[in-house]
Design a protein around this ligand. Sequence first.
Ligand code: PMT
Length: 400
Amino acid sequence: MLTGKKITVGIAGGIAAYKAAELVSGLVKNGADVRVVMTASAREFIQPLTFSALSGNTVYTDMFDSSHRYGVTHIELAQNADLLVVAPATANIIAKAANGIADDLLSTIILAANIPVMICPAMNTVMYNNPVVQQNIEKLCQLGCRIVGPNSGILACGAKGPGRMSEPREILQAIKRFFAPDLAGVNILVSAGPTREPLDPVRYLTNRSSGKMGYNLARAAAERGGNVVLVSGPVNLPPPAGVELIKVETAEQMRRAMLDNFSAADIVLKAAAVADYRPKHAAGEKIKKNDDAVALQLVKNPDILAELGQLKKHQILVGFAAETGNIQEYARKKLEQKNLDMIVANNVSEEGAGFDVDTNIVTIIYRNGDMKKLPRMSKYAVAQSILDEVTAYRSERFGK
Ligand code: PMT
């Protein structure tokens, strides 16, 4: 599958460097021509000899090593390849890549790269959650780098949370998908974030959705070659690269945008948390603080997903269910009532799941009753898993 592909693998200094051996081995077994670059810190964890044995090629460690047969090593490795994969990518190499620092061979190769770059973060949870690291990753994302992982779990340092490098097989899968995007030409409509239902010009009813689940779905779908339209309620997230973004505020506006884009869609992923009710009257002027108590009269909002379920023809319709108990029972009811192909149920009262966190714990439920329970993973990894399920279902159902 990767026959003839030239892949430069950069290894930075983290304990996950040992996992890079399995990645390189997997790439070679799949036919890729792999050149490995190691930082000085990476060599503290694992010897270059391992990688030269696995790749069958020289391992590059030094900017100024004149013994290499390439004239200018960093240019050759950065420009004469099909893909540059950095795994593990430590907070340090990510910071250098995001800020144009080139003070060793690997960081110089990243700066000189005019080929696609895939970054696989691996670090301690507190480091990963540090806003500086998050900003750097976000910046790389915006610059078009593909970010794979990290996963959540117990780390080598004993911490628990996001920061584990994705497993080599997951990275290999992401690389295969990069070369053969499985959603190329497929139209994907995603909804994300909360809705805001105005009470008066300065107040509104809303919920705690951050948009992260939906934005990760949109980003993963675009990375897999899909033509993605993202209908988003108000969130504080930058739009994913290569995605058409439609910003909305109210449920009614979201409904309109979803309906407008529905007939062209092949797959619909409805991660938005739509307000079920809205104030019956939105005051034209700011409501004054006169009385001790006020009563709000609410009216029901349209159920957008149920409406799409009624209109469904060729589309694969995937809903979400945000529950706090009886998860599977309630999710199954929604799947039936809204005529969905599958539903992604999350227990939003569970730690590390649901609203406004970077991870999620979901169960994917199919119409025929089949279920797939996923462990706690980053929302990006959850998004990829949902798309794996959707593409498998689509090819089973439509042979596509
Ligand atoms: O945005 P994040 O902070 O990342 O959080 C992610 C999430 C918790 C919002 C997401 O994982 C999730 O569960 N989204 C669905 C939230 C929700 O509204 O669930 P529900 O069980 O109330 O609705 C079921 C489905 O019907 C959803 O797909 C929803 O989009 C849809 N719906 C609901 C009401 C309505 N009026 N119209 C709808 O289309």
